[in-house]
Write a protein that binds this ligand. Structure first.
Ligand SMILES: [Zn+2]
Ligand SMILES: [Zn+2]
Length: 342
């Protein structure tokens, strides 16, 4: 008899625990052994005794939290390479979310569960694309799991930005974009759209952009944005963390056009509340259609939802004869996009 994944993959106060392998996936608290899907703060926490992740995710964790906090013993596992842990076969598959992001595939006694972490299906030149893995249980997020969330093609949003720059060549366009993933993707999208001028960065965005470049991601010329030299920033694109958009930093620029790149910009009210003049609907999370398409592609008869709009997704699954289960995992969904860009 094949044991149901419910019996060996359990929700504990430390997060999702794989019993036979004795490891936790994206645990919110320090554990003896963790596997980390990607470097966002709600998934990658400091202080685990042993950490398993892609080489890129480990590098991101070291850059963000320092060598020691990133994990006592760090094991890099490139996507597709298989490990045996207590009879469990574990491997990572690309998730298309940010550099190094991965789904965790767990196979035990004939059953396969896939914990997808955060993911998206839109192409992203700064990370490997999502690879659907057929499974018995698919564990998914549901950040944008409402039919109202349909992300437009990112090139369409970048074209909006470039039109505004052509219209207001004297104004500084300052864009809120979170430091891991969104900033680098936006720069790559701008380059693909033909923007060759230097892109200016708030100091908080520089280290991870450099790290992306070290991994071979082409971002073109990047310069630190110095508020003192406002004149140089006229007609330029400046990227800053969403928190700097919300406070005075961005307003100190000369006649800025305040922009924000986030899936939440689909909601007009959110843009207005944040004082965003030019909302750009660019998200690193799957939208409603892509969540449902992905669930169809992996063919799982059962889907577990970690966080987000689990009610709407579980309801939609039931209508298609798929058993949905809300896990209500704590601490997730508090990544930069979910919080600051709200
Ligand atoms: Zn994330
Ligand atoms: Zn997340």
């Amino acid at each position: 008899m094949i044991p149901h994944p419910e019996t060996w993959l359990r929700v504990t106060p430390q997060g999702l625990h794989c019993l036979p392998a004795d490891l936790w996936i994206d645990p919110p608290r320090p554990v003896p052994r963790a596997v980390i899907t990607h470097g966002h703060a709600d998934h990658a926490r400091p202080g685990h005794a042993a950490v398993l992740a892609t080489p890129e995710t480990l590098a991101i964790m070291r850059a963000r939290m320092g060598e020691a906090a990133a994990g006592g013993s760090q094991q890099a596992l490139p996507p597709g390479e298989r490990l045996d842990l207590g009879g469990v076969t574990l491997w990572l598959a690309p998730a298309g979310h940010v550099l190094g992001s991965a789904q965790v595939v767990l196979e035990w006694r004939g059953a396969r569960a896939v914990v997808s972490g955060d993911y998206k299906r839109q192409p992203d030149p700064t990370c490997r694309g999502f690879e659907p893995v057929p499974c018995d249980v698919f564990v998914t997020e549901a950040t944008f799991a409402l039919p109202v969330f349909r992300h437009p093609p990112p090139a369409h949003e970048v074209a909006k930005l470039l039109r505004s720059l052509a219209l207001f060549p004297e104004r500084t366009h300052v864009i809120g974009a979170y430091a891991l993933g969104k900033a680098q993707r936006l720069i790559a999208l701008l380059r693909a759209a033909g923007w060759q001028a230097p892109v200016y960065l708030h100091g908080a965005l520089l280290p991870l952009c450099r790290l992306y470049q070290e991994f071979g991601i082409e971002l073109g010329e990047l310069r630190p944005a110095t508020i003192a030299d406002k004149a140089a920033l006229r007609g330029a694109i400046v990227l800053a963390p969403p928190s700097a958009i919300a406070d005075r930093w961005a307003r100190r620029l000369e006649d800025p056009v305040v922009c924000m790149a986030s899936g939440w910009m689909r909601v007009r009210q959110r843009a207005k509340q944040g004082g965003v003049e030019l909302p750009l609907v660019i998200s690193d999370h799957a939208d409603w259609d892509d969540l449902n398409r992905t669930i169809d592609e992996v063919g799982a008869p059962e889907v577990w939802v970690t966080h987000g709009r689990d009610d709407a997704l579980v309801h939609a699954l039931a209508q298609r004869g798929i058993r949905g289960r809300a896990l209500h995992l704590v601490g997730l969904g508090e990544d930069d996009e979910a919080v600051h860009a709200a």
